[in-house]
Design a protein around this ligand. Sequence first.
Ligand code: NAD
Length: 293
Amino acid sequence: MMVLLDGKKASAAVKEALQVQTQALTAAGKRAPHLAAILVGNNGASETYVASKVKNCEEVGFRSTLIRLESDVAESVLLEAIEKLNQDPEVDGILVQLPIPKHISEQKVIEAIHPAKDVDGFHPSSVGKLVQGLPTFIPATPYGIMLMLEHFDIETRGKHAVVIGRSNIVGRPMSILLSSNQKRGNCTVTICHSHTPNLKEICLQGDIIVAALGRPEFVKADMVKVGAVVIDVGITRVDDATAKKGFRIKGDVAFSEVAPKTSAITPVPGGVGLMTIAGLLKNTLQAYLQNQP
Ligand code: NAD
């Protein structure tokens, strides 16, 4: 029997708990946790992600602020906006929606966010702590996947996890979490990337496959062993004139052919994307609690 790892259900559970905690805080006369997001330019996917983050903040009772900057904004202006948020005692979490325009250094932006407010977990200080197994902000997507595994009680100990993709926002931190010595860790992890020659053979050994490469329907049924758990991180807009918006969202897994072979699989949409937001909200509450005087 295949289990659908439904991100709606799992994220609703996380959000409900956050809402209860937030209500308790405000009932006690405290201010609500506050997330500030900066959006540079008007990339369609980024607009959608940021709007969804803001909406989800409202749903759990958080405050949110969206700062919009033009796509040709000077790097110094963006860095100043971040610094202002760093200094603001009423802002708990800061995120800059990536990608940002090429004329701005992504690394400078990531390092400008104060580690205490780094709810995306991309600052080198946060990443270093993650690698050492210390408490920190875990990047939202891998965090969301761990919450998903927890929600559906997926065993990871002793399993072989194959992670496809080594980006700093998904693949790399995912591989670290799955190999860490914690409850949903303790996997043997193989991390694959664009220079991996025998990807199919490696995937066939995976008890757990995390596909995070950004190539629609890349993982086919003949790459997946029977009973594997498949986590599809991919979100790609594929042009489709028959769709209302002119595109459809595709995951990195050929769902209809792969799903029957698996013991559990995430859908796209309705899977990891929703858990990513749950992870971000949890990080925001954590920042709030840690930053209270
Ligand atoms: P990225 O482009 O930064 O990284 C892709 C990685 O995949 C690279 O490490 C590359 O080496 C590897 N790769 C590319 N082609 C490959 C191939 N043929 N074989 C093996 N490895 C290959 O992408 P990213 O930011 O990590 O995002 C990956 C996907 O996940 C994208 O579709 C993105 O939109 C999606 N995403 C989803 C969420 C979510 O909330 N669900 C969050 C972040 C990213």
